[in-house]
Write a protein that binds this ligand. Structure first.
Ligand SMILES: Nc1ncnc2c1ncn2[C@@H]1O[C@H](COP(=O)(O)OP(=O)(O)O)[C@@H](O)[C@H]1O
Ligand SMILES: [Mg+2]
Length: 259
């Protein structure tokens, strides 16, 4: 059954002098446990769509159901991970990671123990008492993952979480995030403008086009790729084929826009 059901979403941003049509006629659904990517150039409404899913923005038109309900930013159901880690610089890694549980009134010895053992699992043992600025970019994003996972959300929204990292760190973190989400059976939506990242991490790719933002095409990632680690996907022949197809599709979109 679908965890997310989005029907004919449209969204305008209004300012006193302008109206920007950010999304038009966006419909899709996401099954429980599925990993879906929103791929597309900058400005085609990907972040807007995530914010609508998170209940941070009410769309101008259309309907949306997550677990049969309207999005609601108060539920602890959704975890967000962004390009910037937004760790509080004056708090230790441990305090940062336990913050969500504390705010939700769910911090107890069991949840604390779980959150700290998760740190161990993702290779961050020993940094609990350090401040974020003492860690590398990759470690900080790991800490951000730990903070997101600590509240045990059902759905993870990942808005370009790897795009500020150097290439090697990014590839390692893609593997780690994919492994963790699979192990915990999470449903996830990843926003990216990186074709390779979308193919290597997802079950399905929604290719967005801009002005106004809409879903241009959907690509199913072949079954044989979905079972592999993202890093290993990149060396497969079928990865190259789907990469070329999406590349050409994006080129055609650009040509249409500039002509
Ligand atoms: N808060 C806002 N106010 C006005 N326009 C916005 C706002 N946020 C985004 N936009 C516009 O909406 C469109 C889609 O933006 P966005 O969802 O951020 O795209 P993406 O994440 O794909 O880069 C762009 O034209 C952007 O300039
Ligand atoms: Mg964005």
């Amino acid at each position: 059954m679908s965890l997310i059901q989005v029907e004919q979403i449209g969204h305008h941003y209004f300012t006193p002098s302008t109206a920007t049509k950010a999304l038009e006629d966006v419909s899709f659904s996401v099954k429980e446990g599925e990993f879906v990517s929103f791929l597309g150039p900058s400005g085609c409404g990907k972040t807007t769509m995530l914010s609508i899913l998170a209940g941070l923005i009410t769309p101008t038109s259309g309907s949306i159901r997550i677990d049969q309900k309207k999005p609601n930013k108060d539920v602890h159901f959704i975890g967000y991970m962004l390009q910037q880690d937004y760790l509080f610089p004056w708090k230790t890694i441990e305090e940062n990671i336990l913050l969500g549980l504390k705010i939700n009134g769910r911090l107890n010895s069991k949840t604390k123990q779980q959150a700290l053992s998760f740190l161990n699992q993702i290779g961050l043992k020993g940094v609990e008492k350090q401040k974020p600025q003492q860690l590398s970019g990759g470690m900080r994003q790991r800490a951000a993952l730990a903070r997101t996972m600590a509240v045990n959300p059902k759905l993870l929204l990942l808005d370009e979480p790897f795009s500020a990292l150097d290439y090697q760190t990014k590839l390692k973190l893609e593997d780690l995030v994919a492994e963790i989400l699979k192990a915990y059976g999470k449903t996830a939506i990843l926003v990216t403008h990186d074709i390779g990242e979308a193919i290597s991490m997802s079950d399905r790719i929604l290719l967005f086009s801009g002005s106004p933002g809409t879903i241009h095409r959907t690509f199913e990632v072949p079954e044989e790729l979905r079972m592999l680690k993202p890093f290993d996907v990149r060396s497969q022949e079928s990865y190259n084929q789907i990469f070329q197809t999406i590349w050409k599709e994006l080129e055609a979109l650009e040509t249409n826009r500039s002509s």
